[in-house]
Ligand binder design. Structure first.
Ligand SMILES: *Cc1c(COP(=O)(O)O)cnc(C)c1O
Length: 487
């Protein structure tokens, strides 16, 4: 611990200022909406978070005898019941520490089920090409062999291809992993038919329900086909995330899989006697953050949860409609609507203006916004998820920023602005750049750093200018003292 950072802040005030200076470098939910698609950056209410610091919760050892943790365990069972009610599944395990761990645990449950039926050889896992990267990774870790199913041009699973592959592999078919609502932001209309095809060919359906924000209290996955699904409590159920965890990715299962949910050698009470061995170190995974989701569900109530779902769908559709004449919305359902998020297609801009998705993402920082999800699930696009937590004025501010950026792009297209030296290519603009005596850019300082009216009152200057992402990934620069200093 000889690095200066560990021995230069000696008073509480100094340490506080140091930590706050780090915090100041970030655009967070305390400044503006974080429109990250597939991430559900919703409100993490103070009332939900406070209990996490209570010693009754934060000081419990994961292996405390269960009769000394009756309060926490009562809450855990209550949360399990609530999640069963919301998903329509027969049983839930809170053990997985992340969505990806839920996938892994869920696939092991499926394997165990086949084992008990003398069908150990079933090891083929069908996964649509649009799937989240964690899906094939989990399938491989669970010892399954991945077979990719094609997607149609509208982003939906190609049901013809699914039928062909399910039938071709019917003797060894173990599972299909399908994301619902789909990773491209719409309700996959063939979902029940897709599940039926897999069941008919002897497989089980694993639903990636990481993003349940468009389903809660409106539709129950346990009733439309899937046999097992995970739901991310650190997305839909209000646990803060984005800094790398901790998370909770519980799995829900239909009755025939319930006997195989994860257990634990040291704390067998956490799962069924016939369950698979634990997939995480602790019996109830990230137990200390469960009060957040418990409180969220309790405070929202059935009506509140339903309203949140409806408002999150409404907000996504509001943004999609307001922006579609500026940026095409890539995928929509049959009736022209999206689910809880939408994909804005920026690919055509590359030809007309040289502007790509990175330029728009960086330029948004000048406007005080965190970028939406970039180039996922489709390269060259932005995926926007507003959630129910954002007010209409905040949605309008984001829309205004996106429209204003589109106008800047129009100026490049028309030749009014240079294709390589413009506010988008040079973004984000730091305080240092903007206040330097010398200013050589062909646009004003005001256009660079204060392109929208609200910035006069609430401007966040990015701490650094443009970093070449790909170069940075391949050429690590250590800002610590050089290793030789330690000789
Ligand atoms: C977030 C997400 C995951 C993975 O969840 P983690 O908790 O990050 O492991 C899987 N699938 C989808 C569709 C997701 O959005």
């Amino acid at each position: 611990m000889t690095h200066p950072v560990f021995n230069s802040h000696h008073s509480e005030t100094e340490l506080l200022r140091y930590i706050h200076s780090l915090q100041n470098k970030d655009i967070t939910l305390t400044h503006s909406m974080i429109p990250l698609g597939s991430c559900t950056m919703k409100l993490n209410a103070t009332t939900e978070l406070l209990p996490v610091s209570w010693p009754e919760i934060s000081q419990l050892h994961p292996f405390v005898p269960v009769d000394q943790a009756t309060g926490l365990i009562e809450m855990i069972h209550d949360l399990e019941r609530q999640l069963c009610e919301l998903t329509g599944f027969a049983a839930v395990s809170l053990q997985p520490n992340a969505g990806s761990q839920g996938e892994y645990a869920g696939l092991l449950v499926i394997r165990k089920y086949f084992e008990t039926r003398g069908e150990r050889h079933r090891n083929i896992c069908l996964i649509p090409s649009s799937a989240h990267g964690t899906n094939p990774a989990s399938a491989a870790m669970a010892g399954m062999q991945v077979v990719v199913v094609n997607c149609a041009d509208n982003g939906n699973v190609d049901i013809g291809d699914l039928k062909t592959k399910a039938e071709m592999h019917k003797d060894k078919l173990a599972a299909l992993m399908i994301t619902y609502p789909s990773t491209h932001g719409v309700f996959e209309e063939g979902i029940s038919e897709i599940c039926a095809v897999v069941h008919k060919n002897g497989g089980q359906v694993y639903m990636d329900g990481a993003n349940m924000n468009a389903l809660v209290a409106v539709s129950r996955p346990g009733e439309f086909g899937p046999d097992v699904a995970h739901m991310n409590l650190h997305k839909t159920f209000s646990i803060p995330h984005g800094g790398g965890g901790p998370g909770v990715g519980p799995i829900g299962v239909r009755a025939h899989l319930a006997p195989y949910l994860p257990s634990h050698t040291l704390v067998p009470e956490c799962g069924p006697k016939t369950g698979i061995t634990s997939t995480t170190s602790a019996p109830w995974g990230s137990a200390s953050i469960l009060p957040i989701s418990w409180a969220y569900i309790k405070m929202m109530g059935a009506e509140g949860l339903r309203e949140a779902t409806l408002v999150s769908i409404l907000s996504a559709n509001y943004i999609a409609k307001k922006l579609e004449s500026f940026y095409p919305v890539l995928y929509k359902g049959a009736s022209g609507f999206v689910a809880h998020e939408c994909i804005l297609d920026l690919r055509a801009l590359k030809k007309t203006s040289d502007v790509d998705v990175t330029d728009v993402a960086k330029r948004l920082m000048d406007y005080g916004f965190h970028a939406p999800t970039m180039s996922w699930p489709v390269a060259g696009t932005l995926m926007v998820e507003p959630t129910e937590s954002e007010s209409k004025p905040e949605l309008d501010r984001f829309i205004e920023a996106m429209i204003s950026i589109r106008r800047e792009i129009t100026q490049i297209e028309s030749g009014k602005m240079d294709r390589h030296n413009n506010p988008l290519k040079n973004s984000p603009h730091t305080m240092k750049t903007v206040t330097k005596t010398e200013w050589t850019y062909p646009y004003s300082r005001e256009e660079a750093a204060f392109p929208a009216p609200w910035l006069a009152a609430n401007k966040i200057f990015p701490a650094v200018g443009r970093v070449d992402n790909a170069y940075g990934d391949r050429n690590l620069v250590c800002s610590c003292p050089p290793v030789e200093d330690y000789k």
